[in-house]
Design a protein around this ligand. Structure first.
Ligand SMILES: C[S@@+](CC[C@H](N)C(=O)[O-])C[C@H]1O[C@@H](n2cnc3c(N)ncnc32)[C@H](O)[C@@H]1O
Length: 271
């Protein structure tokens, strides 16, 4: 059976919406500090979800015009409310499938995509579609995580097992949560020029208390989100799951460390 693109591994619960919002604001500096769009430029954000990244983009480039699309009308409704609440008047929201975009060739000066490709069964096709709506000389910016980049102390096989549950469930749903390391290859393969990838490390220890909160509320919360799915698929026993999650939290306590890398890629349409 084809994976339903409207379903994705993290679900659309209130807790997940809160996690996405926390993730966007908690990572705003590390992910967005070097993204600014010129006045008057037309920017497409593909898969804006609940608008968590959208409002950051729109506030950072208040004179650019944003079109934010997602396949989920429910998420778009939340995104619209969020944008209105934050006073962002430079965003238009629209329902659209990234594989079948309702825009003509060269409609946009820039494209921005965050945490989408990891959920798609054909990320290369999506990049080709996005390239079509970008004008020659325009840029695409893609941000993805890579769960294989999670390093921590104390190390724990049980903690790795629960992370592996998330990776395997996402893969079975047609996605790839190890996609960060592939961005260089994917953007080049899609025909973008001047591709540059920069890894963005989040590192937490007792000396970085704000990062400890990010590890708990972004990464561990995301793993915890597949608990029922992992249990019902028989991937782990209840006690194994509890131990794995406990060991992940242990890395945020006395003497523990945790590191995770996001990947940000920028490419240009044309030679
Ligand atoms: C993890 S969320 C990321 C949302 C947002 N970019 C962020 O960083 O907060 C993934 C989003 O991709 C959307 N999505 C999945 N498949 C899609 C498709 N084929 N076309 C458009 N959006 C899609 C989902 O509806 C969801 O809102």
């Amino acid at each position: 059976m084809e994976p339903d693109p409207r379903m994705y591994v993290h679900g659309r619960t209130v807790r997940e919406a809160e996690r996405l919002a926390y993730q966007a604001s908690g990572l705003a500096h590390i992910l967005h500090h070097d993204t600014r769009y010129p006045a008057g430029s037309q920017v497409l954000e593909a898969a804006c979800g609940i608008g968590a990244q959208t409002v950051i983009l729109a506030k950072n480039s208040p004179e650019a015009e944003f079109v934010a699309v997602d396949i989920s009308p429910e998420s778009l409704l939340q995104a619209e409310r969020k944008a209105a609440h934050e006073g962002c008047a430079n965003i238009t929201f629209r329902t659209a499938d990234v594989y079948d975009l309702p825009f003509g060739p060269g409609s946009f000066d820039h494209v921005f995509v965050c945490f989408l490709l990891e959920h798609l069964d054909d990320p290369l096709l999506a990049l080709h579609r996005l390239k079509t709506v970008l004008r020659p000389g325009g840029t695409i910016t893609v941000i993805e995580g890579d769960h294989g980049s999670a390093l921590f102390y104390p190390d724990s096989l049980d903690a790795h097992r629960v992370i592996r549950c998330l990776i395997d469930i996402q893969r079975e749903m047609g996605g790839n949560s190890l996609i960060g390391r592939e961005l260089w290859h994917l953007l080049n393969e899609a025909g973008f020029s001047y591709v540059q990838v920069s890894p963005r490390l989040v590192y937490a220890d007792a000396g970085h208390p704000e990062s400890i909160e990010k590890v708990k509320n972004i990464f561990i919360a995301m793993v915890e989100g597949v608990r029922e799915e992992a249990r019902s698929r028989g991937m782990v026993t209840g006690p194994e799951w509890e131990k794995g999650i406990r060991d992940l939290y242990r890395t945020t306590e006395n003497g523990g460390t945790f590191a995770y890398t996001f990947f940000k890629a920028v490419g240009v349409q044309g030679e």
